[in-house]
Design a protein around this ligand. Structure first.
Ligand SMILES: [Cu+2]
Length: 154
């Protein structure tokens, strides 16, 4: 995680344009999204926190359009490629696949925190999908260094 929030704004427009190619799914299958392995590492400061989770999809393609939470003024979605973090407008959820938000890769950023997440607590997060609608998930707050190791197999 780079601590350079001020430069993020400039990348938003470019990133949004790059994602428009994956629109239509011809199958018409209804997506079946399930969110697992969600957590928030306790942040070092009270300004900003990261969030991680995995969306498992047993149906047709969907899109994660936005995320919101009552502890944050704003929740943004970021990708990380080759160590460079970029804000994204949305993320594709592949049909019969998964969308990963994991350390070192995609992540949520909770900005303008109204209270600091504390280890052992829970944060209610709303994931807004284009087709599946809003999925509310209680993200447990873990130690700052927590990293799940169980997800290597798929
Ligand atoms: Cu970020």
């Amino acid at each position: 995680m780079r601590r350079t929030p001020l430069v993020l704004g400039a990348t938003v427009l470019a990133a949004g344009l790059a994602l428009t190619a994956c629109g239509s799914d011809s199958s018409g299958d209804t997506p079946e999204v399930k969110v697992q392995d969600a957590f928030i590492p306790e942040p070092a400061s009270g300004d900003m926190a990261a969030g991680f989770f995995i969306v498992h999809n047993g149906g047709g393609a969907d899109t994660l359009d936005s995320v919101s939470s009552d502890i944050a003024g704003q929740v943004t979605l970021h990708s990380t490629k080759n160590g460079v973090m970029k804000e994204q407008k949305s993320f594709a959820v592949p049909a019969n696949g998964e969308l990963d938000f994991e350390r070192g890769g995609n992540h949520l950023m909770f900005e303008n925190l109204k209270r600091k997440p504390k280890e052992g607590g829970k944060v209610s997060v709303k994931l807004h999908f284009a087709k599946s609608g809003t999925v509310t998930v209680a993200f447990p707050v873990k130690a700052a260094t927590y990293n799940p190791t169980s997800h290597a197999s798929h």
